[in-house]
Design a protein around this ligand. Structure first.
Ligand code: ATP
Length: 365
């Protein structure tokens, strides 16, 4: 059990800065996702938490104790890698028992601990099998077993499901989350897959070029993206952006795209003339015969219950998630309206959100 606090963590490799002044707190027992594209600094951050890499500056606290310069072996953390290297000459039992045996634990205690872990992972029936012939999923379970058996303070997982095929990945993701809920140990999990992060995480940090773009629950990050980058990275299809220039006054609850007034959540702070972007999730676009904003259907993608329509407007291309039953012709002119409470506004110059979807409090109060 452990709370992990990261304070202004910074890592440079020569002239290259991989992680820039990152700060966030991982609560005890949380399933915490480090999310971002390849090379954004996720693994380096994870390795600094685990003590496999020392920070250039900044601090790491585990359970209130500063461990920034302590080695991995002094941090009581277990690592689960993508390339889960099992000992090929040992059977499943001995692979799981290995960390306890190397600590010199008594055989009867080892037997009890391995038995308990095997039951939890539902691999009791394969304990005597060599690891060589195991399926990908079973190998992953054995690797997890070896990590869990030590009862460490926290688990670090670096794309642990990356090597599995799509169907199996989903199953293992569910199993992993279920296992976490039963054990309740703090888990930090690296992934570049936004769906995996949204499905599994209690909290997500979105990283970009070594910088923490946003930190929050999956819903906060989806509904109220702090930056254009996050809005574009999260969601499939991602948020649409309609570009326009304008000024904003405090309390203003609509913006003008050309001569079309679009209702938005009331703006908190005023801004003088700026390049702005209206952010609209595909599910918040409606076809509306009375909509002043017009567009032309460019293509449609049928998805069963819904379809994704790509619509060209004077302010940019939109993707709209619409009922599959609505027939659309390519080239058809359509009127559009948006679901105002869920719209965002961004400053295109800084990339930061100036207004996001209504909060629960604003919505109901
Ligand atoms: P990936 O999923 O591709 O591993 P990541 O977000 O985990 O991406 P990191 O592995 O943390 O990214 O790497 C961040 C950047 O730091 C990359 O550009 C990488 O090349 C660089 N980097 C990582 N380790 C080292 C090192 N030991 N020496 C030099 N550069 C490094």
């Amino acid at each position: 059990m452990a709370e992990i606090v990261i304070e202004n963590l910074h890592k440079a490799f020569g002239d290259f800065t991989a992680v820039k002044s990152s700060s966030f707190t991982i609560a005890d027992g949380e399933f915490f996702m480090l999310l971002g594209p390849s090379g954004c600094g996720k693994t380096t951050t994870l390795r600094m938490i685990a003590g496999l890499e020392l920070p250039t500056s900044g601090k790491v606290y585990i359970d209130g104790e500063e461990v920034s310069q302590k080695r991995a072996s002094q941090r009581d953390i277990a690592f689960v890698f993508q390339m889960f290297a099992l000992y090929p000459h040992m059977n499943v039992y001995r692979n799981i028992a290995y960390p306890l045996a190397s600590q010199g634990m008594a055989r009867s205690d080892i037997r009890a601990r391995v038995g308990e872990v095997a039951e939890m992972l539902r691999i009791t029936s394969i304990l005597k099998r060599p690891v060589g012939g195991l399926s990908g999923g079973d190998r992953q379970r054995v690797a997890l077993g070896r990590a869990i058996v030590r009862r460490p303070k926290a688990f670090m997982m670096d794309e642990p499901l990356g090597a599995l095929d799509a169907e199996f990945r989903e199953l293992m993701a569910e199993e992993l989350r279920d296992l976490h809920d039963r054990i309740g140990a703090t888990t930090v999990y690296v992934t570049h897959d936004q769906l995996e992060a949204m499905q599994m995480g209690d909290k997500i940090v979105v990283m970009n070029h070594g910088v923490v773009e946003q930190f929050g629950t999956p819903q906060e990050i989806y509904d109220r993206p702090a930056t254009l980058y996050v809005a574009d990275f999260i969601g499939s299809p991602p948020m649409n952006f309609l570009a326009f220039d304008g000024a904003l006054a405090p309390g203003q609850a609509s913006v003008h795209l050309g001569d079309c007034a679009v209702a938005v959540p009331p703006v908190r702070e005023g801004m003088s003339g700026r390049p702005l972007a209206l952010g609209v999730r595909p599910e918040h676009v409606r076809l509306d015969d009375h909509g002043r904003l017009r567009g032309e259907v460019f293509e449609t993608e049928y998805l069963g219950t819904t379809q994704i329509a790509t619509i060209e407007t004077a302010f940019g291309t939109l993707k709209a998630r619409l009922p599959a039953a609505r027939r659309l012709e390519i080239g058809e002119r359509v009127g559009l309206s948006f679901y105002a409470p869920r719209l965002s506004l961004f400053d295109r110059h800084t990339g930061r959100a100036v207004r996001t979807a209504l909060t629960e409090g604003e919505y109901h109060g």
